[in-house]
Write a protein that binds this ligand. Structure first.
Ligand code: ATP
Length: 206
């Protein structure tokens, strides 16, 4: 099997930005957030399971899942959140495994699996290596305000709701420090890529 490298980090730390840099080097990216949408598309067993558990109120006018409604429903309700996770996580895992399978003949020596909660869910233990994107809290805050129009208060709440970044850095094999300009970040990505190529070969299974 082709090695799968996990990529995670704090909110607005630059995970997507760094993923794109790996993609520029020819590395396939599997995005957990995209999988999370895919497994609850209309007509999927995932969506049926959610409606059975939470009722039709979680659907929008077109019959798709209203992710905000679901997020509001489980916010602060640990039991509901666990029920949702029990529906979502196995399906996301299976969908991810299918994508990895589909990349077996790809010339890249490894694939990247990007997700916000890889350490929180324990998924990081299953990867061949883990890359963590780190940014100072003040930088995360500014990026949240600039990108999403959050107030300082809301940005802080989002940051504080997350597992502290140092817990993620502690289990990382590689850390990308994304506090500076994009060129500096790209240089780090290139270096990490070279090390991953050295570790995993040039396209053969490790
Ligand atoms: P989320 O947690 O919301 O998924 P993320 O970790 O994927 O976010 P990005 O979307 O990559 O983070 O970056 C957050 C914002 O900061 C984006 O608007 C992005 O363009 C900007 N950004 C990321 N890195 C840099 C950088 N080095 N210099 C300037 N802007 C940056």
């Amino acid at each position: 099997m082709k090695p799968v490298v996990g990529l995670t980090g704090g909110i607005a730390s630059g995970k997507t930005t760094v993923s794109k840099m790996f993609a520029d080097l020819g590395i396939p990216i599997i995005d957990a957030d995209e999988l999370a949408r895919e497994v609850v598309e209309p007509g999927t067993p995932g969506l049926a399971a959610i409606v059975e558990e939470f009722g039709e109120d979680v659907l929008d006018e077109e019959g798709g899942l209203d992710r905000k409604k679901v997020a509001d429903l489980v916010f602060g309700d640990e039991e509901a959140r666990e029920t949702l996770n029990a529906i979502m996580h196995p399906r996301i895992g299976a969908a991810g495994a299918k994508y990895v399978q589909g990349y077996q003949d790809h010339p890249a020596p490894y694939v990247i699996y990007e997700g916000a909660l890889l350490v929180e869910t324990g998924a990081h233990k299953g990867f061949s290596a883990l890359v963590v994107v780190s940014a100072e809290e003040s930088v995360q805050r500014l990026r949240l305000i600039a990108r999403d129009g959050f107030t300082v208060h809301d940005a802080n709440a989002r940051i504080e709701a997350q597992l502290p970044l140092d817990r993620k850095v502690a289990v990382a094999d590689f850390v990308v420090s994304n506090n500076g300009d994009l060129e500096g970040t790209r240089r780090q990505v290139n270096e990490i890529h070279e090390q991953l190529v050295a570790r995993f070969g040039s396209g053969e299974s490790a």
